[in-house]
Design a protein around this ligand. Structure first.
Ligand SMILES: Cc1ncc(COP(=O)(O)O)c(C=O)c1O
Length: 366
């Protein structure tokens, strides 16, 4: 074998497996009309204001983007009523997760998270030879905040809380968050990942921005990939104290967000109409799919997001392939607590009905 060798710990870094693109499955199977319910994207499209902004910006592609993303950061800061130096942009919020590792985690440090949560947390920790401490979820698949707090040691640098959580669709309340923050104190930076915040329709859901403003040691992560429909452009942001943001800026790549992503996000931020339209569609489809799964006796975890985790009681790898042959891409799950589970992103009503028809045929033999 030719050198150089990668460090030993690199062998423990899982390669992120994304939802399969429609084109890939259509090419493999020689079919058309595949429905993708695999990546929690907005099935209605992108914010129209964002699309118009991108079209207007196409003539400036010869120039580098504003490396500091000043205009977008200023708009986010105004919207969220924080200082501009409390905002950082990422090439998707996942890039901020990686920056957090590079800025804070050294060999042998611990980062605590729920076992049934976003896989990128663990990948990012292992990339820098940290220990990813995965705490089993509660039986209802919610974060076990008591056990997460109990897992904190003197070596813990970060705690990831996905609220709501992917792939479970669960959330925890304001009272639960405050009790947790009281217990963990100030020494550990708590990452409140709110990628799906705009979809949540629960009065007791806590927006971490409030905790940041009250002086808690938290960073809030948001994305334009979900409700704003800009997953393909890759842009998200983080909100924290100026000190935390300065540390992240030290490890941020130059020009990490593209000019098109910046102008699209700026326009999307102003597109309340699109967010409301998408939220209302999602709430309708969420209620519909909960009811349709319950009616069929399929076990699922009640969700507050734009996807549902279901237990399909069949070998999920085989079923995943069968679903594709019948025109539907799901996201198979695995690992502790998620055996034979699939995450189903909510689509249009037509797409959701297609999923239900294939489910009836393949799983329920109806
Ligand atoms: C919980 C959670 N956080 C972060 C992300 C990353 O989103 P992006 O990098 O597209 O902003 C995702 C994407 O699926 C997610 O589910």
């Amino acid at each position: 074998m030719r050198g150089p060798k990668v460090p030993e710990y690199m062998h423990k870094v899982a390669i992120y497996v994304p939802g399969k693109p429609v084109e890939e499955v259509e090419r493999e199977l020689g079919v058309t009309g595949i429905v993708k319910l695999a990546s929690n994207e907005n099935p209605l499209g992108s914010s129209p204001k964002a699309i118009a902004a991108v079209q207007n910006a196409l003539s400036t592609l010869n120039r580098y983007p504003d490396g500091g993303g000043y205009v977008l950061r200023r708009a986010v800061a105004e919207r969220q009523r924080v200082d501009i130096d409390q905002v950082i942009l990422g090439n998707g919020s996942v890039e901020i997760i990686e920056m957090l590792s590079r800025a804070y985690v050294e060999d042998g440090d611990d980062v605590v998270m729920s076992q049934q949560s976003f896989v990128s947390y663990e990948i990012a920790v292992r990339q820098v030879n940290g220990n990813a401490i995965a705490v089993p979820a509660r039986p209802d698949r919610g974060h076990d905040l008591d056990a997460i707090a109990a897992a904190v040691t003197g070596r813990t640098k970060l705690i990831y809380l996905a609220n709501p959580c992917n792939p479970t669709g669960t959330y925890f309340s304001r009272a639960e968050l405050e009790a947790f923050l009281d217990r963990v104190g100030d020494e550990v930076l708590v990452v409140l990942d709110q990628a799906y915040l705009e979809y949540v329709d629960k009065a007791d859901y806590p927006d971490g921005l409030q905790d940041l403003k009250q002086g808690r040691n938290v960073i809030v992560l948001r994305t334009f990939s979900k409700i704003y429909g800009l997953a393909g452009l890759r842009i998200g942001y983080g909100l924290a104290t100026p000190e935390v943001i300065a540390h992240l800026n030290r490890v941020r790549s130059p020009f990490n967000t593209s000019s098109l992503a910046q102008v699209a996000a700026l326009a999307a931020l102003d597109d309340e109409e699109w967010a409301t339209f998408s939220r209302e569609h999602n709430l309708r489809e969420l209620a519909y799919m909960h009811a349709e799964l319950a009616r069929r006796g399929v076990r699922y975890t009640p969700s507050v997001c734009n996807f549902i985790l279901a237990e399909l009681d069949a070998d999920i790898k085989t079923l995943f392939v069968e679903f594709q042959k019948h025109g539907v891409i799901l996201r198979p799950q695995g690992g502790p607590g998620l055996v034979n589970c699939a995450r189903i992103s909510l689509g249009t009503r037509e797409e959701n009905d297609k999923f239900l028809r294939v489910l009836d045929r393949l799983v329920l033999n109806a």
